[in-house]
Design a binder for this molecule. Structure first.
Ligand code: COA
Length: 261
């Protein structure tokens, strides 16, 4: 039997634009280890393809992405660590690849799904979509950059609100806060992302890549210590009793009973 690869990501080219679609709709495109591997492989092909000038990332079904697959956090501590580092590799690849990447967000962009959007250069969001970092409700914290990016984009007070309360914000509020670029009708989100991609594709690829590199390298320098603190704290929080309870409660569709350890 030959397995079709990649299984969880669709890849399509429209002129000079690559459309990368997360394709695990039954789990709201939650990022399992396999999804991350497929995403990385797909992004690597798009990055190498000379015909591709701009990449658009979107999700199949009713959500962009509901975050890291929480089932990954029920595995051994070595597997959890490998999973966290795999996600980091994907997001760092996105930020360092030479072509601009646009996230076309609809439905939900939560947790690692929000961080996936935040690793893209521009974010177009559908009206009615919801974004946020709800990890606190699972007894963990964001681990793929949201603490640092929200701190820089929103300032400490709003960043604390998002990370410590874990409430979702609407696309419209995200636009006001400067964490998405444009909000468009839900049925137009990919179309609008493609229009934006087309505009970018008309620019000099050399200058575009230089602009992306300056912006992202500077951001990375600003965030580097914070990202390390985030990673090590995230790894610790995934092994607490509260994390185990929070994740179990989510999977059992009930309210968690925190133990404070
Ligand atoms: N990891 C694993 N599975 C997930 C998931 C995630 N992050 N997010 C959603 N799913 C699964 C659900 O368990 C459910 O699976 P099931 O049909 O086998 O029970 C399926 O995707 C559909 O999700 P459901 O919760 O039934 O949809 P909803 O419309 O009622 O709620 C959300 C949508 C996004 C509000 C809800 O799924 C949610 O809170 N997801 C988790 C978000 C999160 O905490 N992300 C950070 C993870 S670290």
């Amino acid at each position: 039997m030959t397995l079709e690869r990649p299984k969880y990501v669709n890849y399509e080219k429209k002129d000079s634009i690559a459309i990368v679609t997360l394709n695990r709709p039954e789990k709201l495109n939650a990022l399992s280890r396999e999804v991350l591997i497929d995403l990385l492989e797909t992004l690597e092909s798009a990055s190498k393809d000379p015909e591709v000038k701009v990449i658009v990332i979107t999700g199949a079904g009713k959500a962009f992405c509901a975050g890291a697959d929480v089932v990954e956090f029920t595995k051994s501590s070595t597997e959890i660590r490998e999973f966290i580092d795999l996600g980091r590799r994907v997001f760092e690849f996105l930020e360092s690849l030479e072509k601009p990447v646009i996230a076309a967000v609809h439905g939900f962009a939560l947790g690692g799904g929000f961080e996936l959007a935040l690793a893209c250069d521009l974010i177009i969001a559908a009206e009615g979509s919801q974004l946020g970092s709800p990890e606190i409700n699972l007894g963990i914290i964001p681990g793929w950059g949201a603490t640092q990016k929200l701190l820089i984009t929103l300032g400490p007070y709003k960043a604390r609100e998002l990370i410590m309360l874990g409430d979702r914000i609407s696309a419209e509020e995200a636009l006001k806060l400067g964490v998405v670029n444009k909000v468009v009708p839900a049925d137009k989100v990919v179309e609008e992302a493609l229009l934006l991609a087309k505009k970018l594709a008309e620019k000099s690829p050399v200058a575009l890549s230089a602009a992306k590199s300056v912006l992202n390298k500077s951001l990375r320098i600003m965030m580097s210590t914070g990202l390390e603190i985030e990673r090590s704290t995230f790894i610790i929080t995934t092994s607490t009793e509260d994390a185990k309870e929070g994740i179990k409660a989510f999977l059992e569709k009930r309210k968690p009973q925190w133990k404070g350890k």
